[in-house]
Ligand binder design. Structure first.
Ligand SMILES: *[C@@H]1O[C@H](CO)[C@@H](O)[C@H](O)[C@H]1NC(C)=O
Ligand SMILES: *[C@@H]1O[C@H](CO)[C@@H](O)[C@H](O)[C@H]1NC(C)=O
Length: 255
């Protein structure tokens, strides 16, 4: 009975969303109770257990397989989540527990023709992004007080670039930035982060999640409160099919 309960609670743990070979809990629980690693009975995720390990050395016991140290950005199961213009696959300490203690994370973006990674911020990290296939048009707005010609009258400084294959750009922590694939072929990028929990906020989605009065006021009443819901429902998922001119050139009709 105890064994059965433990098997049930072990199996109820959230399974890691990346392809790691976990301890075969069926085998462990049905042979002997002590074969189940003590920590798996705590109800804590592997990431939480790694966090709580007394030392870095102790973490290795929680990652017994060599494959626990491999993250597969090419795994088809991780795709088709980003939106209709492509995929963005993030390795953070939750999706890839082996990152606990490293202070580092990574993401790989697959942008289809005209794919558009909508304006966003990373609250806890700079991003170093290298284009590995195709090219990307990028835009970054750093923060208040950064002006063209260092002159407020000349307006905010928008840093825009075309990043070709094997070129890199930093996107500073907290900056609003966006990338889109201007071509009718696929583009991919690799992004490294100085945080194992870099996080992302899509700015349009966040702004329009505020109450309609606030959104309307934030736009200087240019958007009527009653229209806020309409705008909100039109905001694309994180990777959208982008920019009008590209869609026309590539003959992509908006779905
Ligand atoms: C776990 O072990 C059981 C019993 O040996 C076996 O039937 C099952 O296929 C194994 N599961 C995995 C995922 O290897
Ligand atoms: C572009 O990416 C999509 C989605 O990953 C893939 O199905 C397709 O084969 C790629 N096209 C080319 C020409 O590589």
């Amino acid at each position: 009975m105890v064994v059965a309960l433990m098997a049930a609670s072990t199996l109820a743990l959230p399974s890691a969303p990346y392809p790691r070979s976990v301890t075969n809990t069926t085998t462990s629980a049905s042979t002997t109770v002590t074969a189940v690693p003590a920590a798996t009975n705590t109800g804590l995720s592997l990431t939480a257990q790694l966090f709580l390990a007394d030392t870095a050395v102790d973490r290795f016991a929680l990652l017994p397989e060599n494959s626990d140290f491999v993250f597969d950005f090419g795994n088809p199961a991780l795709k088709n989540k980003g939106g209709k213009g492509g995929d963005l696959i993030a390795a953070n300490r939750k999706t890839f527990p082996a990152l606990v203690g490293t202070g580092a994370g990574m993401a790989v973006g697959f942008l289809g023709p005209c794919g558009f990674n909508t304006p966003h911020v990373h609250p806890r990290s700079v991003e170093l992004q290298i284009v590995t296939q195709g090219r990307l048009k990028t835009e970054m707005l750093p923060e208040n007080g950064v002006f063209n010609n260092n002159n407020a009258a000349d307006g905010r400084r928008l840093i825009s670039n075309t990043i070709n294959a094997f070129q890199m750009q930093p996107f500073y922590q907290g900056s609003v930035h966006t990338q889109f694939n201007p071509d009718c072929t696929n583009a991919t990028f690799v992004a490294s982060f100085t945080s194992e929990d870099f996080g992302t906020g899509q700015v349009a989605d966040e702004l329009f999640a505020m109450t309609s009065d606030v959104v309307s006021a934030a736009f200087g009443e240019a958007i009527d409160g009653a229209d806020v819901a309409k705008f909100k429902s039109a905001i694309p998922t994180s990777i959208a099919e982008g920019v009008e001119q590209c869609l026309m050139t590539c003959g992509i009709t908006k779905r």
